[in-house]
Design a binder for this molecule. Sequence first.
Ligand code: DC
Length: 247
Amino acid sequence: MAPLVIAIDGPAAAGKGTLARRLAAVLDLAHLDTGQLYRAVAALLLQAGGDPADAAAAAAVAEALRPADLARPDLRGEAVSAAASEVSAHPGVRAALLDFQRRFAATPPEGRSGAVLDGRDIGTVVCPEAPVKLFVTASPEARARRRHEELLGRGEESIYAHVLTEMQARDARDRDRAVAPLRPATDAVILDTTALDADAAFTAALELVAARTGRVPPGKEKPGRHPGRPSETTGRPATDNVKGPTE
Ligand code: DC
């Protein structure tokens, strides 16, 4: 049986990482935060004194990326975040990272039966055949507030207005770039988390997975339902914050 692929895309700090990790844990799937790939390229480039605007230098770093680089402790800082967004606009960088992502989805590590990938272009470019696609979004102000609180929580200095400006600049770069811009796949379900907490987003996502694939968390099977068969759930919005495919 082909591995199950769940594609989760969306802008920064919309809650897609938390959602992807939770879905992977409860459904026993592998998880790849694809932003880490771009962050690792950015961190290595900055460390070597390189310029994120230098397409050839960034592509060379991406081609030499090793799995261990994804575990670097310095990937979440604001300088790396901004540089990651810049390097991700270079076609050579994206091409170098595409194979790794597709291989992860096609042969999930540790013999897992599927994978959850989160990023910006999973549903549109990396895994366009994924049966489950979610586009997780929220207002820029809500996302900036979350990132600001996350930074303060880590003991870092943060000014909300700066975080908001940075986030809007990053959104614009991710959305307006020529290659694989941030946008929902036509068959993605939009989950707006501006007024939705993590539990409600998780419940809505699980309903979508069940509706599209018949997969439910172990122990939650309904009597008479056959694994692998689509459930009777309609996949209709559990809340007003969930919108169907944009087609
Ligand atoms: O999800 P994140 O904030 O960790 O991503 C960091 C940057 O990497 C983001 O600004 C855009 C880029 N990115 C991308 O272009 N494509 C992906 N699939 C994932 C991330």
